[in-house]
Design a protein. Structure first.
Length: 174
């Protein structure tokens, strides 16, 4: 079960994870932290490409989120700067909170390693994007290592009712 923990946006606004972010919405959420020297910069760049490909749908049909793995460092002010650095536009919100709240949300979404030693090392986080459609009860996860076109196609499967999904609309790039 996903916990309704208190988090804070990059603007400093207090939100409850389930009530304000998940309930009756379609979301895509990844994990990252601003001091990461591993996969995070690549994953955030991919998120930017996905946001661009979504166009108007980003922030409307689907909302993008990045939850920090380092909430002690990644304050709202630090996350505002990270958003600028990665070119995040409207519809993509960076989240932080207490260590306990961020951990509870991460674990509630299933974004953890069963090996506690690996899980404790934030540099080994998964690089996954969790996609959820609360209204349809549809959830999925994809790797941010995939091509952005494929991620958007996967988002379509989560966002849209089956009768509106048009797989022919997305052609993989070669």
């Amino acid at each position: 079960m996903i916990p309704n923990r208190i988090l804070y946006t990059h603007t400093g606004r207090k939100v409850h994870f389930v009530d304000d972010i998940v309930r009756d919405r379609c979301i895509a959420l990844n994990l990252a932290f601003t001091r990461c020297e591993g996969f995070c910069p690549t994953g955030l760049s991919t998120m930017r490409q996905v946001q661009s490909m979504l166009g108007h749908a980003a922030g409307h049909e689907v909302r993008l989120y990045t939850l920090t793995l380092d909430p002690e460092h990644d304050t709202p002010a630090v996350l505002r700067e990270a958003r600028k650095q990665y070119g995040a536009g409207p519809g993509w919100t960076f989240l932080t909170g207490s260590v306990d709240a961020c951990e509870a949300v991460r674990r509630g979404l299933g974004l953890y390693d069963p090996d506690p030693r690996i899980d404790a090392d934030k540099t080994q986080h998964s690089g996954l994007l969790v996609m959820g459609n609360d209204k349809l009860g549809r959830w999925s996860t994809v790797s941010l290592g995939m091509k952005p076109e494929r991620i958007v196609q996967a988002l379509d499967r989560v966002m849209l009712p089956a009768d509106r999904w048009q797989p022919e609309a997305w052609q993989p790039s070669s």
